[in-house]
Design a protein around this ligand. Structure first.
Ligand SMILES: [Zn+2]
Length: 290
């Protein structure tokens, strides 16, 4: 923690072992991000994330689970809990639950009450469920009752069999209307449909968005931030990396260099806003005290 109480929180990090991901996920991820022998597949062990956090000065982090039956992925919630247990004062775990599982509600309750995971991660276009599906609505209700924020991967997907019909952030309007107490985080700011994410944030104070995995697309990031400024929703924009897909220190550097892209010829992102997003987004925003 810095002297004035500000904290660098990475709101979006992953741990996994290669065997958790399944062949299809690994093939599609590698094809889209790193070529055939992308090192990232091997770089999400506990030691790797620890090194990434230390190198970037990350004080607290959210670590995210992933259970996606449609694509053969299962990063066990016990594995996430095991990582959190190493430093629970600085780490929050989000459970992966697939709403298509008949016992999804039981899994979420177990993740909260037995494993100590504090939030839920869902990914409709990867997990192949419509955000309005009855079984999904049931899960949101339970998460709300348990005080668990829900992070949604809404947006484009790298997996060929992912389902873009379920991917637009505007689909979460019904969720935010029906569950006004539920804290919703739209991962990757809903890319590429960030206007819909901003529109959602504009009408719902309980909706947040993280900038993870956007730092390698600086022009898109610049426009996302301008849109958020225009609609007055930057107070709910969160910094995140998507480690190990993108490295936290790289993200910080790219974020701080964003204005070099436009060289004063277009509206700039204020440096003060960038530092505020990096350091002044405490977990308490989504009801998590750590
Ligand atoms: Zn991610």
């Amino acid at each position: 923690m810095t002297d004035d109480g500000r904290q660098l929180i990475d709101w979006h990090m992953h741990v996994w072992l290669p065997e958790h991901l399944g062949r299809e996920w690994v093939a599609d991820l590698s094809r889209n991000y790193g070529g055939d022998d992308s090192p990232m597949i091997e770089q999400a062990h506990f030691e790797d994330i620890e090194a990434g956090r230390a190198a970037a000065g990350v004080e607290k982090a959210i670590v995210i689970g992933n259970i996606t039956r449609h694509l053969g992925v299962e990063v066990p919630n016990e594995f996430i809990a095991e990582y959190v247990e190493r430093d629970p004062a600085h780490t929050v775990g989000l459970a992966g639950v697939d709403p298509n599982d008949a016992d999804a509600a039981d899994q979420l309750r177990y993740a909260r009450e037995t494993l100590g995971l504090r939030g839920l991660k869902l990914a409709p276009p990867y997990q192949a469920f419509h955000p309005h599906a009855p079984e999904a609505l049931e899960l949101y209700g339970l998460a709300s009752d348990l005080g668990m924020p829900v992070m949604f991967h809404q947006g484009a997907v790298f997996a060929r069999r992912g389902i873009l019909e379920y991917a637009n952030a505007a689909l979460l309007d019904l969720v935010a209307r029906d569950f006004p107490e539920l804290k919703i985080i739209v991962a990757h700011m809903g890319q590429p449909w960030y206007f819909e994410t901003v529109a959602l944030m504009y009408k719902h104070r309980n909706v947040f968005a993280d900038l993870s995995a956007r730092f390698h697309r600086p022009w898109q990031l610049h426009n996302m931030l301008l849109a958020a400024m225009d609609y007055g929703v930057t107070d709910r924009i969160l910094f995140g990396s998507d480690f190990p897909v993108t490295d936290t220190q790289f993200c910080l550097d790219a974020f701080r260099n964003i204005n070099t892209l436009t060289e004063g010829k277009l509206p700039e992102i204020p440096a003060g806003l960038i530092e505020e997003i990096i350091y002044e987004r405490p977990f308490s925003l989504v009801g998590l005290e750590v």
